[in-house]
Design a protein around this ligand. Structure first.
Ligand code: NAD
Length: 296
């Protein structure tokens, strides 16, 4: 068992930290929002007054923050304030689980390398339910050494732990996966609505497509049509789940990257436009499967 600093106790970070506590680790926690710390404090986490305090005498630092700008300012500093990395012991392992752009991840990696600190970018797939059950998938980017060290801790929060490649590769894998997820969620929604327009029952059509070549994860695990699947957000007024705002953020990362790398992603671009239009209609906080509401 080890001593871990966990920074960012939101929808994902809180259940992840709870699983670390359950596994017997000592967990020192910090979040800008005091209310975010209550649940882990009740389960034995040590509440700290700053990120730097949380990182004192720990073996591992884990961050689960909203976006690249939060990760960059925390680790590298901002407005003349020193970043966290400069205060860390060289033996500390840094694991950033936030979904951010690969460029920022690489910037933090380079700074860590200069100081001799092991770092892994390790974004996750699976959402809040998997964070709660300890069933996350981790996609890791970094050195073999950092990955081997991190596995010991990641296994207490996830079941699939992949070493995608060198620095930033975890973020690239996550970006590709979520672009594909958006595309098949949109495709599944279109197909179900087209069937409905032609008088087909959505449950029957879903069963047919699940046994045919249209089978995909959205159809199998996350049906966007209300009341086809009892536990899907669609059957609960599109309560997230995974918010439209987060999907739009992830698609933005993919399209920015496609521009930089001159990759053709026409469906990814269209998916981003559709999710942006959902945001414009005030549905940013709904589950991302609510994209079906765009199609009449
Ligand atoms: P969230 O907004 O619920 O939580 C983020 C937390 O970080 C908040 O509590 C916030 O106060 C805290 N925070 C921000 N800046 C901070 C700082 N400088 N110091 C300390 N705390 C700070 O977000 P979330 O849903 O938990 O998502 C976190 C990350 O995981 C995001 O990058 C998201 O894209 C990714 N992700 C989310 C899901 C999901 O289903 N929610 C799934 C996979 C990946």
């Amino acid at each position: 068992m080890t001593t871990i600093a966990f920074i960012g106790l939101g929808n994902m970070g809180c259940p992840m930290a709870l699983n670390l506590l359950k596994a017997g680790h000592t967990v020192r926690v910090f979040d800008l929002l005091a209310s975010a710390l209550e649940t882990t404090a009740e389960k034995g986490a040590i509440v700290c007054n700053s990120a730097a305090e949380a990182c004192q005498n720990v073996n591992t630092v884990i961050t689960m923050l909203p976006a690249g700008k939060h990760v960059k300012s925390l680790y590298l500093g901002s407005n003349g304030q020193a970043g966290l990395i400069d205060t860390l012991d060289k033996k500390t392992l840094v694991i950033d689980c936030s979904t951010i752009d690969a460029e920022t991840a690489n910037e933090v990696h380079s700074h860590c390398e200069t100081l001799g600190v092991d770092m892994l970018d390790a974004p996750v797939s699976g959402g809040v339910a998997a964070a709660q059950s300890g069933g996350l998938t981790f996609m890791c980017g970094g050195s073999e050494q950092a990955f081997t060290r991190a596995e010991e801790v990641l296994k207490d929060m996830g079941i699939n732990i992949f070493h995608a490649g060198t620095n930033g590769s975890g973020q690239v894998a996550k970006m590709c996966n979520n672009m594909l997820l958006a595309i098949h969620m949109i495709g599944t929604s279109e197909a179900l609505k087209l069937g409905e327009k032609n008088g087909l029952d959505a449950s029957t059509l879903s069963q047919i497509m699940l046994a045919s070549s249209g089978k995909n994860w959205s159809l199998e695990r996350y049906n966007p049509y209300p009341n086809v699947m009892a536990n899907s957000p669609a059957s609960n007024d599109y309560e997230p789940g995974f918010m439209v705002d987060l999907m739009a953020k992830d698609l933005g990362l993919a399209i920015d990257n496609a521009q930089t790398t001159q990759s053709q992603t026409p469906l990814g671009k269209m998916a981003l436009e559709l999710y942006k239009s959902k945001q414009k209609s005030g549905d940013g906080k709904k589950d991302f499967s609510s994209i079906i509401e765009l199609f009449s």
